[in-house]
Design a protein around this ligand. Structure first.
Ligand code: ZN
Length: 125
């Protein structure tokens, strides 16, 4: 994911993502979002929901890894509760209907043995 988007997400959700500052200071357990920019809004919404739940309940949750696997989002945390686990299940399920490149509606496709989620315009030929 583009570095400017990653910094923006850390600024918005420091409670669950930790922080990375432009001056080089940091405290985070998450080293990059290993997926395309097309899932930016999905991840933003998921982080907003998780951080709101954490603030409302006091439950501790830290995001430890975010990546693409088999064409879908994988979102790993430490801590959390069943409510947050349900949010993540929904987000991971939704990712297989959103183009990972541009964020438009897409579907899971098998390209030379690799599963990817793309719109028609971003499907490799
Ligand atoms: Zn696309």
């Amino acid at each position: 994911m583009s570095p400017d988007i990653e910094i923006e997400l850390h600024k918005k959700y420091p409670k669950i993502l930790g922080y990375i500052n432009e001056d080089g200071s940091y405290r985070t357990r998450l080293w990059g979002f290993q997926c395309g920019d097309g899932w930016h809004q999905l991840i933003d919404t998921l982080c907003a929901s998780i951080q709101a739940r954490a603030e409302a309940t006091g439950v501790e949750v830290q995001v430890t890894q975010v990546k693409e696997k088999f064409g879908a989002l994988r979102f790993y945390i430490q801590g959390g509760d069943d409510h947050i686990a349900g949010m993540i299940d929904l987000g991971e399920e939704l990712s297989s209907k959103i183009c990972e490149v541009c964020g438009k509606p897409g579907q899971k496709k098998n390209t030379q043995g690799w599963l990817i989620t793309r719109c028609d315009a971003h499907t490799p030929t």
